[in-house]
Design a protein around this ligand. Structure first.
Ligand SMILES: *Cc1c(COP(=O)(O)O)cnc(C)c1O
Length: 225
């Protein structure tokens, strides 16, 4: 069986070596938090990580998350659960109830549904806006040219607690360009947090200022879909 605890340790080691690897100098580097992406993985595997002390996890589907996390969150009350996948407005209610952070706000309908649910429940949540940095048709996310306007609308009209931006670079492109673009959009909008980097490119993301990296395969092994 995959040694998830060992894998997580290796990732932390790689993150600690990032300033040296990219010649950043140590000053100012804060290693990103690691979201252990447990989609398609069992509660048993998740529990091993929980027992080792890890508390930050991510899922990409609301429905799948409900099969695992309500119970786990009862046993470990300090879990920080992230929704990193696309969200439909009819799932907004369930999403707000279960998750602590949502990374995939990308259109008015979703933003409004979440705002309504936050208002109804009074739950304190952290939100990220997903940017489609590669401008890919099939991919979720706000187009870069619309980002400033959408961010402002979410804040000013809906008073949403927007903390940062998230992106998923196109598979066949250099991630660094997309991470840098995400940072640029965040900075000019006064947003501090960046959700970027996965198993294949988390070191690059860390070097470019990621606050959260989202790592599945490198921790849990291949997913059986
Ligand atoms: C699945 C997923 C990840 C993790 O991907 P790995 O390559 O397995 O690390 C990260 N972000 C999102 C949005 C995902 O859906």
């Amino acid at each position: 069986m995959t040694d998830v605890v060992k894998n997580l340790k290796e990732i932390k080691k790689s993150l600690a070596a990032v300033p040296e690897k990219f010649n950043l100098g140590r000053v100012g580097y804060i290693p990103p938090h690691i979201i252990a992406v447990s989609k398609n993985h069992s509660k048993d595997k998740i529990s091993v990580l929980l027992e080792s002390g890890h508390r930050i996890f991510g899922e990409n589907k609301v429905q799948e998350a409900y099969t695992k996390w309500p119970e786990l969150k009862e046993s470990y009350t300090d879990i920080e659960l992230h929704l990193i996948g696309p969200l439909q407005s009819n799932k907004a209610k369930d999403a707000v109830r279960l998750f602590d952070v949502i990374h995939s706000i990308d259109r008015e309908k979703i933003a409004s549904a979440i705002a309504a649910e936050i208002k109804a429940t009074g739950k304190s949540l952290q939100l990220y806006i997903q940017i489609n940095t590669g401008e890919e048709e099939q991919k979720a996310g706000v187009m870069p040219k619309d980002a400033d306007r959408f961010i402002k609308w979410c804040r000013d009209e809906l008073h949403l607690p927007i903390k940062g931006l998230m992106c998923i670079p196109p598979v066949n492109e250099e991630s660094a360009f997309h991470f840098a673009l995400l940072k640029k959009i965040a900075t000019r909008n006064g947003l501090e947090k960046l959700s970027m980097g996965m198993s294949s490119d988390f070191e690059t993301a860390a070097g470019l200022g990621a606050s959260y990296i989202r790592v599945g395969t490198a921790i849990f092994g291949e997913r059986n879909v």
